[in-house]
Ligand binder design. Structure first.
Ligand SMILES: *Cc1c(COP(=O)(O)O)cnc(C)c1O
Length: 230
């Protein structure tokens, strides 16, 4: 794909998310775009950087590490780790990420904090919720979320920012909103209980409009920007 295409696709997603903000009475620029670059080469990230994109999302710890090293000359990048986390990979993530969206157990949170290099700022954390209770999927169950949130809030070096989910795919836009509404309600309940969460990480290429309608503050879009992955 030519850089022109990456830039044009980025522009289209940004324009469309501004339209979704307007249509839903959301403040302008209240939705941030994380460009999901997993399985795509660092060269494509440079193309997106050249047209102003700064937030990038990666799923695989080793691939993320390699790209972060390769792109060390671009300190303007804000790295978002969004994939499942094995405990033997937390060090690679803690060394480079600005955000981790996929924390679903306290053990992982503690390791990320312990392995965070001292010279870096606090790591921004979203807790991943298994919003459709899918047996194969990562994420904490809604019932166990308050306990996990209370534990993570106490860990030095982490900053608990919000919640993330990956719903079961639904094609009907009205049905797509339902799991996002439940995640929003879970964040509201935590905030009513004394938390100060400000981030709802929800919405991908196929459902970001529904996510924005339900209050997403970060959408994570890959395919619609970088094309299909093998
Ligand atoms: C791959 C991935 C995305 C992006 O999905 P697309 O459908 O390509 O936009 C977003 N979030 C997570 C957690 C992912 O793994």
């Amino acid at each position: 794909m030519t850089s022109d295409t990456v830039c044009r696709r980025l522009d289209r997603i940004i324009e469309d998310s501004r339209r979704c903000e307007r249509d839903n009475g959301r403040a302008r620029n209240s939705v941030a775009l994380v460009a999901v670059s997993k399985k795509k080469p660092a060269a494509m990230i440079r193309e997106a950087l050249a047209c102003g994109q700064r937030r990038f999302g990666e799923n695989y710890a080793q691939e993320f590490h390699d790209k972060a090293v390769e792109l060390a000359d671009a300190p303007e990048i804000e790295w978002h780790f969004i994939g499942p986390i094995q405990s033997n990979k937390t060090k690679l993530i803690a060394a480079h990420a600005h955000w981790v969206h996929s924390v679903d157990r306290v053990k992982i949170a503690r390791r990320l904090a312990a392995q965070r290099p001292a010279e870096l700022t606090a790591l921004n954390i979203c807790l991943q919720v298994n919003i459709d209770n899918e047996p194969e999927k990562s994420g904490v169950a809604l019932e166990a979320l308050p306990e996990l949130a209370r534990a993570v809030r106490e860990i030095d070096g982490l900053r608990l920012r919000g919640l993330m989910c990956i719903p079961r795919p639904r094609s009907d836009p009205r049905q797509q909103r339902e799991p996002f509404a439940r995640l929003r309600a879970a964040m509201t309940a935590l905030n009513d209980d004394g938390f100060a969460l400000d981030t709802l990480s929800m919405g991908m290429s196929g459902d970001y409009a529904a996510a924005i309608a339900e209050g997403a503050t970060m959408i994570r879009v890959g395919t619609a920007i970088f094309g299909r992955r093998d």
